[in-house]
Design a protein around this ligand. Structure first.
Ligand code: ADP
Ligand code: MG
Length: 677
C-alpha cells in the first residue's frame, strides 16, 4: 500500500526515515510525490562542439593510471587522462581521492564539469563509471533540506518504484487519458523522477498537472453541490416593486454592468439556495450602490443585513453614505471596536431584537456578543483581507444568510475560478459615465519639487490632494514616524495658505474621524497618510494622489490607492515617486502608467508576483499544487474545471465504475481537510 510508512522501502533505516520526515516524507506515497525542482541535463557532445567555460558532459576511455596529489590540509587533486575520440583530455577532480581506485586504465567513464577549451581539460563536478548510454541524460535535482542528499533521494525513490510501482493505481478514467493523450499515473510518476527524454518529462508534467487541477476542481464542485443541497429553503421573498422604486429614486442610473450584477445577485437571493457570490469591480465602479440595493431588498423580505468592512474609517464612511441613501427607509447601526459601554449595549440590543435593519461594522461584527435577530444577508467588503474563518463565523450567525463578497482588487478570472471555485462571480467591468481616466505619472525622487508645485496648483483650483507615505512593514512605529516627519515638512512648505492634515493607523478613532471630516469638508487640502486610506474612502474633490516610494507597493495596492482620486467629474492625477532598482519594480511603474483597468492590472500583477503572493499567503486559502502552476497552466485549469463540472453534475462518481478510483481519491482529499470554505 502506498500509505505504508516510508521505512518499508528497502534501504531506509530508522535514521534516514527520521531525516526525511523533516521534509514531510512519511509514507511511500509522499516519497513518490516528492518531485525534483529541476533537472541536470547531461547531453554528450563531441569535443568540437564544446564551448569554453560551459558546463559539459563528455564520455571517453581512461588512459593510464590517475595521478593523485595532496596539498593543504586533506585536500587532493586527481588528474585522469581520458581519451575522447582521438584526443586526450585531462579530467581534474578535487577532493575525490577515492575515485582513483574506481577508475582504471581502459575504463569507460562519463564526466560532467566545466570545460577549458585552451587546456583541453575539464574540472569535474560529476562522474560516472561506464558509458553515458546507461544513464539518462536528464538527472533529477531534488529540493533538499536537512541531512539528506540528492544521491540518497534518488536511490530510495528508485527502490520505492521497484517495490511499489504495481500499486500505483490509475485514478483518471481512460476516456480523459485518451482524449488528452496523457500517460498513465505510474508512467508519469516514474518520468517525473527519472525522465528518459524531455518529451516524456513534458507529458508526465501535463498529466500530473491535469490530475491536480481535476481533483481540486472536483473538490470545489462537490462542495458547492453539497452546500446547495444543505441550504435549500432560504429563498428571500423580497418585494420587487419596492426594490424597483428604490432603484428609480437613486441619484443616478445604474450602469449596464451594475444592472447585470444586481440581477444575478437578486436571483441568488430569491433562489432556495444560499448565495455564495463574489462581486468584483474596480474602485468607483459602483459596487457599494449595488450592495445597498441588495440590503434594501433583504429588508423588504423582513431580514437584517450586515455589511462587514476591514477598517473603522470605511465602516464610518459606509455608515454615513448608506444613511443618506436610505433616509428613513431603514434603521442602520454602526458597530466597531471603538464603540463601547452603554452605547454598545444599546446597539447590540437593537441588533438582537431585529430593530436594526442594517448593521455596518468591522470584524467587531463577528464577536460572540453580537447576536442577530434575523440575519438574511451578509456583505463582506474587500473580502481578501478577511481570513476564511472570520467569514465563516459571521455567516454562521444567521440561518444560512446569503453571502456576497465584494472586492475592488479584481482577481484575474483564472484565479477567481481556482481560488473561489465554489463561488459564483459577478463582474462590474465598466465605470459610470462621465468619469475621466486618471492620468498616472512615474517620476524620480529628484522631481519632488515639481510634484509639490503641481499639488499647489491643483489646490489653488479648489481641489485636494493625498500624499501617501511609504509603508514600512517591519515597523509600525517607523511607519508612523515617517508620516509625521513628512507631515511636518509639507506643513511648513505649504504654510500658511494650504492646510495639511495627518492620518495614520495609531490615531484615536475620533481623531481619525475628525481629520477625515476636515478633509471631506475641504478644511484640510493636503492629507498626508499611511496606507490606512487605501480602502474605500471617498472624497470626490480630491484630484491628486502622490505616492512616495511607490516601488514598495504591489500593483494591486497602487491601484487601490490610485482609486482614492478620480471619483468626481474633474481630471485627476496619480504621481508615483519611485527609484526602483530592479526590473520588476520598473515594470510595475510602467504598467501603472499605462493602464487604469483593474482587471488588466491584476493579470499583470499575477504574472509578476505569482499566485501565492497575490493574495498574501496566510489568508489566501489558495491550494498548493505540486506540479501545476495556476498562471502558466490556466488552460489545463479551465479544462479540468469543465470536466469536473460534468463529472459532478452527471453524478458519474456514483454511476460509472470507471470513476470509482477517482471517487476514492476524492473522498480522501476531502477528508484530509478543507482549508477553504
Ligand atoms: P465602489 O464601491 O465600487 O468603489 P461606489 O458604489 O462607492 O463604488 O460608487 C462610487 C461613486 O460613484 C459614488 O459616489 C456613487 O454614488 C457613484 N455611483 C455609483 N453608481 C453610479 C452610476 N451608475 N452612475 C453614476 N454614479 C454612480
Ligand atoms: Mg438565497
Amino acid at each position: 500500500m502506498l500509505n505504508e510508512p516510508v521505512s518499508n522501502v528497502k534501504g531506509i533505516g530508522e535514521k534516514l526515515s527520521e531525516t526525511i520526515s523533516e521534509i514531510e516524507i512519511h509514507s511511500v506515497e509522499d516519497l513518490l510525490f516528492y518531485f525534483p525542482n529541476r533537472y541536470d541535463i547531461f547531453e554528450i557532445k563531441p569535443l568540437s562542439e564544446l564551448i569554453h567555460d560551459d558546463k559539459v558532459t563528455i564520455e571517453g576511455k581512461v588512459i593510464g593510471q590517475p595521478s593523485l596529489t595532496f596539498y593543504g590540509k586533506r585536500k587532493s587533486r586527481l588528474v585522469i587522462n581520458i581519451q575522447v575520440d582521438h584526443v586526450v583530455v585531462k579530467a581534474i577532480m578535487f577532493n575525490r581521492s577515492f575515485a582513483k581506485k574506481q577508475l582504471q586504465d581502459g575504463d569507460v567513464v562519463t564526466v560532467t564539469g566545466k570545460w577549458d577549451q585552451h587546456r583541453l581539460q575539464i574540472t569535474v563536478s560529476n562522474y560516472k563509471k561506464g558509458s553515458a548510454d546507461n544513464q539518462s541524460p536528464i538527472q533529477p535535482v531534488y529540493p533538499l533540506r536537512g541531512n539528506v542528499t540528492n544521491y540518497q533521494l534518488k536511490k530510495i525513490i528508485r527502490q520505492a518504484f521497484s517495490q511499489y510501482s504495481n500499486q500505483i493505481e490509475e485514478i483518471i478514467p481512460e476516456v480523459y487519458l485518451k482524449e488528452y493523450k496523457l500517460p498513465n499515473r505510474n508512467q508519469a510518476l516514474l518520468q517525473m523522477h527519472f525522465p528518459t527524454s524531455n518529451q516524456m518529462l513534458k507529458h508526465a508534467r501535463r498529466r500530473l498537472t491535469y490530475e491536480e487541477f481535476l481533483l481540486f476542481q472536483l473538490k470545489m464542485q462537490w462542495l458547492r453541490k453539497r452546500t446547495r443541497e444543505a441550504t435549500s429553503g432560504n429563498s428571500q421573498q423580497f418585494d420587487r416593486e419596492k426594490v424597483e422604486t428604490f432603484i428609480e429614486r437613486l441619484p443616478f442610473k445604474l450602469t449596464k454592468a451594475q444592472s447585470n450584477s444586481l440581477k444575478e445577485i437578486l436571483t441568488d437571493m430569491h433562489s432556495p439556495y444560499r448565495m455564495n457570490r463574489l462581486l468584483q469591480g474596480d474602485v468607483g465602479s459602483g459596487k457599494t450602490a449595488v450592495a445597498a440595493i441588495c440590503l434594501y431588498a433583504s429588508i423588504t423580505a423582513g431580514k437584517q443585513g450586515a455589511l462587514m468592512v476591514p477598517t473603522e474609517i470605511l465602516a464610518e464612511q459606509h455608515y454615513k453614505s448608506l444613511q443618506d441613501l436610505f433616509a428613513d427607509q431603514a434603521k442602520i447601526v454602526l458597530l466597531t471596536g471603538s464603540i463601547k459601554g452603554k452605547r454598545r449595549k444599546e446597539i447590540l440590543e437593537l441588533i438582537q431584537t431585529n430593530k436594526a435593519d442594517i448593521v455596518i461594522g468591522t470584524h467587531a461584527l463577528i464577536q460572540e456578543e453580537v447576536v442577530f435577530g434575523n440575519l438574511g444577508m451578509v456583505i463582506v467588503d474587500e473580502q481578501h483581507r478577511f481570513g476564511v474563518n472570520q467569514r465563516r463565523t459571521l455567516r454562521d450567525k444567521g440561518l444560512n444568510p446569503d453571502v456576497l463578497f465584494m472586492t475592488a482588487t479584481p482577481i484575474p478570472r483564472t484565479l477567481a475560478i481556482t481560488a473561489f471555485g465554489d463561488m459564483d462571480v459577478s463582474q462590474i467591468d465598466e465605470m459610470p459615465l462621465g468619469r475621466k481616466e486618471i492620468e498616472t505619472y512615474w517620476v524620480k525622487d529628484n522631481m519632488l519639487d515639481r510634484v509639490l508645485d503641481f499639488i499647489k496648483k491643483e489646490v489653488e483650483q479648489g481641489h485636494q490632494a493625498y500624499v501617501i507615505c511609504p509603508l514600512i512593514e517591519e515597523s509600525d512605529k517607523l511607519d508612523i514616524q515617517n508620516a509625521i516627519d513628512l507631515f511636518h515638512q509639507l506643513e511648513s512648505y505649504y504654510a500658511p495658505d494650504i492646510k495639511v492634515g495627518l492620518m495614520h493607523g495609531r490615531l484615536h478613532a475620533n481623531e481619525k474621524e475628525e481629520i477625515m471630516r476636515q478633509y471631506a469638508d475641504n478644511e484640510v487640502q493636503v492629507l498626508v497618510s499611511t496606507t490606512v486610506v487605501e480602502v474605500g474612502v471617498n472624497v470626490p474633490n480630491a484630484t491628486i494622489i502622490v505616492i512616495y516610494d511607490a516601488e514598495r507597493f504591489g500593483l494591486s495596492q497602487l491601484h487601490q490607492l490610485r482609486g482614492r482620486v478620480g471619483r468626481g467629474q474633474v481630471q485627476s492625477y496619480c504621481i508615483l515617486l519611485a527609484d526602483p532598482k530592479g526590473d520588476v519594480g520598473k515594470e510595475r511603474m510602467r504598467i501603472m502608467t499605462e493602464t487604469t483597468n483593474g482587471f488588466e492590472l491584476s493579470e499583470q500583477d499575477l504574472q509578476l508576483r505569482g499566485p501565492g503572493d497575490f493574495f498574501g499567503k496566510k489568508q489566501s486559502g489558495l491550494p498548493e499544487f505540486k506540479v501545476a502552476d495556476m498562471v502558466h497552466d490556466y488552460r489545463a485549469l479551465e479544462t479540468a474545471r469543465k470536466d469536473a463540472q460534468e463529472i459532478i453534475y452527471s453524478n458519474l462518481l456514483e454511476k460509472d465504475s470507471s470513476y470509482f478510483s477517482l471517487k476514492k481519491m476524492l473522498s480522501r482529499e476531502v477528508e484530509k481537510g478543507l482549508n477553504f470554505d
